[in-house]
Write a protein that binds this ligand. Structure first.
Ligand SMILES: [Zn+2]
Ligand SMILES: [Zn+2]
Length: 419
């Protein structure tokens, strides 16, 4: 909030005042839930993982903390850089003073406690994905660094992703190794790590070598060009031209389908580029912003069918459904063209009123004659959403044939021969 107020004139708050932002931020930060086994927990301190605001907030928080710490009149680092909460410092005041400096930083905020890693004798220290060596004369070298504990996992070669995605992943890692290397030997060591990583993920050696060679060549050309006037290479110009079309996003199925679709796109002669996407991501599977189940789509606050298991699907039409008696587990399978909630409510009433000649009424009469009518309860589940009446009736008959539900009297559905 301090940062917002300080920069209020440069910000577009879309009609909100800082106080509104504060209310919204507080809401986001104080209402984070997660589920472990069947229990829900509320996170009481810190920022929730996967929260969209987490990185920005961490940066803002650390920014304030460090701005204040770096202004204190005491021995300070000669160089100080930070990435979110990872800091790299160049320290020239001796080892003892560094220990004191760490204690000083850790006294700034109770929730922020740093650990320290010191460079070895050669002045070498990893920072994020870079190994940095600073020599006595002030010169330094850098190269790609992998944490010793890091699992050698990257998009596997046999994963269901577009070939272009795998090429891009490989190229970007090779480029990273090359860019982080401060000289040819360091770049080669980095590329060796990349080669190892991709080989263990099933990539063909030929492909890795080819791409490494190509990127190294590009890098050398670029270094040669540096200083001279930057000229646009012809292949690059062509690429820029190609990118002027419209993009279509399609889900990736497999390489064969992708090639066929691409062929259709090319043959159409339209300026269309296809971007393959994967909708099934870990994030989508693990992180949800909604805690409560969806409300009843019929708009009712109390919906018996939603509570009985049709949560958020109670208005679905054209379904084959299954009811289960909560007391004995006997089941009933039926079909309806109307919203399933209407049919469910009829069954439920039949059961409660013990109406004769109705499946649930008969079930309650004969199987649970002693039970209090308020205790009669049935859960519901949609077995299939159907296209039309024929589809529905056939599906119902097949489900009945296979499940042999005890509550059905087999007079309403089409009879099918047993399997
Ligand atoms: Zn409902
Ligand atoms: Zn029962």
């Amino acid at each position: 909030m301090e940062l917002i107020r300080e920069h209020i004139n440069e910000l577009n708050l879309f009609g909100l005042v800082p106080e509104d932002v504060e209310v919204l931020l507080t809401h986001c930060l104080q209402n984070n839930f997660f589920r472990f086994n069947e229990n829900f927990y509320k996170q009481s301190d810190g920022i929730a993982m996967g929260s969209r605001i987490a990185p920005s907030l961490a940066i803002v928080f650390m920014g304030k903390l460090e701005a204040e710490a770096l202004q204190v009149d005491r021995p300070q680092p000669d160089m100080y850089v930070r990435y979110i909460d990872d800091i790299w410092c160049l320290w020239t005041h001796g080892s003892e003073a560094l220990t004191e400096y760490l204690a000083f930083l850790n006294s700034r905020h109770p929730a922020i406690q740093f650990t320290i890693e010191r460079s070895d004798q050669d002045g070498t220290l990893p920072y994020l994905d870079t190994l940095i060596s600073v020599r006595q004369d002030g010169s330094y070298s850098t190269e790609l660094y992998f944490k010793p504990m890091a699992a050698p996992i990257i998009l596997p070669y046999d994963s269901a992703h577009a070939r272009s995605t795998k090429k891009a992943v490989l190229t970007s890692q090779i480029t990273r190794a090359i860019r982080l290397g401060s000289d040819t030997a360091a770049r080669k060591r980095g590329l060796e790590k990349i080669r190892h990583l991709f080989v263990s993920n099933g990539y063909p050696m030929k492909m890795i070598k080819e791409y490494s060679w190509r990127e190294m060549k590009k890098h050398e050309e670029r270094s040669r060009d540096r200083g001279r006037e930057r000229r646009e290479r012809p292949d690059q110009r062509q690429q820029n031209k190609k990118k002027q079309g419209t993009y279509i996003r399609l889900p990736f199925v497999n390489d064969k389908v992708a090639a066929q679709v691409k062929k259709v796109a090319i043959n159409s002669g339209l300026p269309v580029e296809i971007a393959w996407t994967t909708n099934n991501t870990l994030k989508k599977r693990l992180v949800k912003t909604r805690l409560n189940p969806a409300p009843c789509p019929s708009g009712r606050r109390c919906c018996h069918s939603c509570q009985a298991g049709l949560q958020s699907k109670c208005t679905t039409k054209n379904v084959v459904y299954e009811l289960t008696c909560s007391h004995c587990g006997d089941t009933y399978i039926g079909e309806t063209s109307r919203p399933v909630r209407l049919r469910y409510n009829e069954h439920r009433r039949n059961g409660i009123n013990r109406e004769e000649d109705t499946p649930l009424g008969e079930h309650a009469l004969h199987k649970h004659p002693e039970m209090d009518r308020r205790d009669i309860s049935v859960t519901a589940k949609i077995l299939r959403v159907c296209k039309d009446e024929a589809d529905r009736r056939i599906a119902e008959s097949i489900f009945i044939r296979d499940a042999r539900p005890k509550i059905n009297d087999n007079t309403t559905s089409w009879q099918l021969l047993p399997k």
